[in-house]
Design a protein around this ligand. Structure first.
Ligand code: NDP
Ligand code: GDR
Length: 389
C-alpha cells in the first residue's frame, strides 16, 4: 500500500529506543533509478526506508510499486511528500523521521535540460543539498546522521587528466555540473565545520533497465527493441563520439551504502575503469538483436546502416548536441576498491545485453525466439567459414 501521508504520526523504525541499533534511512530521489535500487538494497539489510516524493499530476512511483508493503504488515518503506526547494518541509521531515542515514539522490539530473533550466537546477541540485544539511543540523542530528551526497563525474567536465580520481581538479561543463560542484563543496565544508559524517560519492555514469528514457543508453536500448519489433524505423542521436565510463546502477548503490559504513567520512569515486563511445554502445546494442551497424558519412550527415539490409537505423540530429560537451570520462575506482572492498560486478557487454533484453521483453518481444534465430545465424557463419577453409 502506498503510504503517501506527508507527515505520518507514527514513524516506523523508531520502535527500538536504543539509537545505536536503529537503522532508518531517508532517501531523497527515491522514485529515480538509483533511489529504487537503493531502497531494495536497504530493505534487504533490514532498514526502514523513508522516501521523499514530489507531488505530481501523474504517477511517479512506478519504479517502487513492487516494494509496496502488504497492507496487513507494518510498512518498512514510507513515502512522504516534499521537495528539495522547500526547507520547512525538509526540517519537519528530518525531525519526524529521525534518520540514522540520509541519502541525497534527489536532483534535476539531466545535463542537457540543465542548460534550459539553469536556475532551477542550481536551486534543486546546489541549494537543495544545503537545505538538507541544514535541516539535519536544525533537527539536532549533525553528529548522529551519516550523509551521502550524489556527486558526479560531471564535476570533471573538461579533460584535465585521465583516469579521473578523487584528486583530479574539477572543471564542470554544464549548469548541472556547476550546481553539483556547489553541493560537493558544501558537503565538504559541513564535514569540516560541524563534524558531520558526510560523504561525496563521485559516481560515473551508471545505467540499468530502470534508467530514465531520455538518457542516451536507455534511449538506444528502447529504440533497438522497437526497431527489432518493427515499431520504429530509425534512432536519432547527438554526439556519438562522446566517451563514458558506464556501470550498472545496482553495483553503485551498494557502493553508496559502503561509504556510510566507514568510521571516517571521506569522498570516493565509483567507476568501472573502462570507457566506451556512444557509437560503440549503439553497435553493441544492435548486435544483441543480431544486427551489424556500419557507419558512413561525416559529422551531421553520418548514418548507421543495417549491414545486412542497408536500412538506415541511426541518424544524427544536432538538436541533441549540448552547448558545451563532456567528451571523455574514465574513472579510477581504486580507492573505493581498496578501502570499501567495492567492485563492480557487471561489465559493459553484460549491461548492454540486460538493458536491450529487458526493453524487448517489456515491449512483448520473444527472447527465446531471438536466441534461436541468433544461434541459426551463428551456425550459418561457421559453416561458411569452414567451407572457405
Ligand atoms: P533520476 O533522474 O532517475 O532521479 C532523480 C530523482 O530526483 C527522482 O526521484 C526525482 O523525482 C527527484 N527529484 C527531482 N527534482 C526534485 C526536487 N526538486 N525535490 C526532490 N526530489 C527531486 O536520477 P538517478 O537515479 O540516475 O541519479 C540519482 C542521483 O545521482 C542524482 O542526484 C544524479 O544527479 C546523481 N548521479 C547520477 C548518475 C547516473 O549515472 N545515474 C551518476 C552520478 C550522479 P521525480 O521522480 O518526481 O522526478
Ligand atoms: P550524461 O548522460 O550527460 O553523461 O549524464 P546522457 O546519457 O544524457 O549523455 C551521455 C552522452 O551521450 C551523448 N548523447 C546523447 N545524450 C542524450 N541524453 N540523448 C541523445 O540523443 C544523445 N546523443 C548523444 C551526450 O551528449 C553525452 O555526451 C548522466 C546523468 O545521469 C547525470 O545525472 C550524471 O551526473 C552523469 O551521467 C554522470
Amino acid at each position: 500500500m502506498l503510504q503517501s501521508t506527508p507527515f505520518p504520526t507514527d514513524v516506523a523504525g523508531t520502535v527500538n529506543s536504543d539509537s545505536t541499533e536503529r537503522r532508518v534511512a531517508l532517501i531523497t530521489g527515491i522514485t529515480g533509478q538509483d533511489g529504487s535500487y537503493l531502497t531494495e538494497f536497504l530493505l534487504e539489510k533490514g532498514y526502514t526506508v523513508h522516501g521523499l516524493i514530489r507531488r505530481s499530476s501523474s504517477f511517479n512511483t512506478g519504479r517502487l510499486s513492487h516494494l509496496y508493503a502488504d497492507p496487513h504488515q507494518e510498512p518498512r518503506m514510507i513515502l512522504h511528500y516534499g521537495d528539495l526547494t522547500d526547507s520547512t518541509n525538509l526540517v519537519h521531515l528530518v525531525v519526524k523521521v529521525q534518520p540514522t542515514e540520509v541519502y541525497n539522490l534527489g536532483a534535476q539530473s539531466h545535463v542537457k535540460v540543465s542548460f534550459d533550466m539553469a536556475e532551477y537546477t542550481a536551486d534543486v541540485d546546489g541549494l537543495g543539498t544545503l537545505r538538507l544539511l541544514d535541516a539535519i543540523r536544525t533537527a539536532g542530528l549533525a553528529h548522529k546522521v551519516k550523509f551521502y551526497q550524489a556527486s558526479t563525474s560531471e564535476l570533471y567536465g573538461k579533460v584535465v587528466e585521465t583516469p579521473q580520481s578523487e584528486t583530479t581538479p574539477f572543471y564542470p561543463r554544464s549548469p548541472y555540473g556547476v550546481a553539483k560542484q556547489y553541493a560537493y563543496w558544501i558537503v565538504v565544508n559541513y564535514r569540516e565545520s560541524y563534524g558531520m559524517k558526510a560523504c561525496n560519492g563521485i559516481l560515473f555514469n551508471h545505467e540499468s533497465p530502470r534508467r530514465g528514457a531520455t538518457f542516451v543508453t536507455r534511449k538506444i536500448t528502447q529504440a533497438v527493441a522497437n526497431i527489432y519489433l518493427g515499431k520504429q524505423a530509425c534512432l536519432y542521436l547527438g554526439n556519438i563520439n562522446a566517451k563514458r565510463d558506464w556501470g550498472h546502477a545496482r553495483d553503485y548503490v551498494e557502493g553508496m551504502w559502503r561509504m556510510l559504513q566507514q568510521d571516517e567520512p571521506e569522498d570516493y569515486v565509483l567507476a568501472t575503469g573502462e570507457t566506451h563511445t556512444v557509437r560503440s554502445f549503439v553497435e553493441k546494442a544492435f548486435k544483441v538483436v543480431g544486427v551489424d551497424i556500419v557507419w558512413e558519412g561525416e559529422h551531421e550527415d553520418e548514418v548507421g546502416r543495417d549491414a545486412a539490409t542497408g536500412a538506415i537505423r541511426v541518424r544524427i540530429d544536432p538538436r541533441y548536441y549540448r552547448p558545451a560537451e563532456v567528451e571523455l570520462l574514465l574513472g579510477d575506482p581504486s580507492k573505493a576498491e581498496r578501502k570499501l572492498g567495492w567492485k563492480r560486478t557487471v561489465d559493459f557487454d553484460g549491461l548492454v545485453k540486460e538493458m536491450v533484453e529487458s526493453d524487448l521483453e517489456s515491449l512483448g518481444g520473444d527472447l527465446k525466439a531471438l536466441e534461436q534465430s541468433l544461434k541459426k545465424v551463428e551456425k550459418v557463419i561457421k559453416t561458411r567459414k569452414d567451407v572457405a577453409g
